[in-house]
Design a protein around this ligand. Structure first.
Ligand code: GRG
Length: 297
């Protein structure tokens, strides 16, 4: 298997999850259709679709039906899209550009962007709770519960709160690691966990995927910090240099570019080695760990 197999698999998942999102977010009628339009604007606007890929690739380890894993993947991508919309708002990062396009509040307006984010978040739970996602109510309940924990104050929202606090406080390495585990890592971890839940994986397999997700999540964030320093704005699709401009402590500002890259590569190696128990079946996920570190967007 080569990196072109991973690229093909990423592309195929991106195409399929975009189709599923398109189906799950039909345009309605009446004045409320403006919010659906804004939801679709962000959810169908591309992106690497790494979280959906993680759901599907982890679920594939347990031969889960694709229809189930794609719906769970779409639900988690909805939460990711909501976080991007809200993160870009003037009250937070105040960004005009996302995925190479005007951000949701620039294209529509702030109130509509807030509502679109809210509606994507709630829609994700509607999708997971639907029988079409899985026939077993226990599995659906576990998916809902895992996504709620990862998205809320103990996960992504909590991480975002610490990130805002960090604007006025110089965080040290352990605090930054905790912030990023919550802000970015929790959603990456729940993507892997969703695959394990859908596949009714053994306790050991759950642990292994958790350890993998933990290392990939951190490697992903270090790569994101590196892109903010070294990335090409056109390829990244958003403004770069923002962390330095804001005087924010990041993995790169604390470690320097060279050590940060070494650390990210070490984490990718470690993530890949967790998957030994899956032998050949874990190959794409092993490759993905290295891809997140070496990506240009
Ligand atoms: C506002 C509730 C709330 C949370 C915001 C995750 C997050 C917290 C904000 C996203 C902003 C950001 C740049 C975070 C750093 C890492 C990250 C999650 C980048 C974006 O994810 P990618 O690279 O994006 O997977 P694409 O566009 O490929 O989906």
């Amino acid at each position: 298997m080569s990196s072109s197999d991973l690229k093909k698999a990423l592309k195929a998942t991106a195409t399929e999850v975009t189709r599923v999102l398109d189906d799950l977010l039909p345009m309605g009628e009446g004045p409320e259709s403006r919010v659906t339009e804004a939801m679709r604007y962000t959810a169908l606007a591309g992106g690497k679709r790494i979280r959906p890929f993680l759901v599907v690739a982890c679920a594939d380890l347990f031969s889960v039906d694709r229809k189930s894993s794609m719906r769970a993947a779409a639900a988690i991508e909805m939460v990711h899209c909501y976080s991007l919309i809200h993160d870009d708002l003037p009250a937070m990062d105040n960004d005009d550009l996302r995925r190479g396009k005007p951000t949701c509040h620039i294209k529509f307006d702030e109130a509509t962007a807030i509502l679109a984010g809210d509606a994507l978040l709630t829609k994700s739970f509607e999708v997971l709770a639907d029988e079409k996602t899985h026939g077993d109510a226990r599995v659906r309940c576990d998916l809902v519960s895992a996504l709620a924990l990862a998205s809320g104050e103990a996960g992504m929202v909590g991480g975002q709160m610490i990130d805002l606090f960090a604007e006025d406080h110089k965080l040290k390495m352990p605090e930054i690691t905790r912030l990023q585990r919550m802000k970015t890592g929790a959603l990456i971890a729940v993507a892997c966990e969703a695959g394990a839940i859908l596949g009714k994986a053994s306790e050991n397999a759950h642990h292994v995927l958790h350890a993998y997700a933990h290392d990939v999540g951190l490697a992903f964030q270090i790569a994101d910090d590196l892109l903010d320093v070294e990335g090409d704005e056109k390829k990244v699709g958003k403004k770069t240099g923002k962390d330095a401009d804001a005087g924010k402590a990041t993995f790169v500002s604390l470690l320097g570019v060279v050590r940060a890259r070494e650390q990210a590569e070490l984490l990718a190696d470690q993530a890949a080695s967790h998957l030994d128990i899956f032998e050949e079946k874990g190959k794409l996920l092993r490759e993905l760990a290295h891809y997140v570190v070496n990506r240009s967007a």
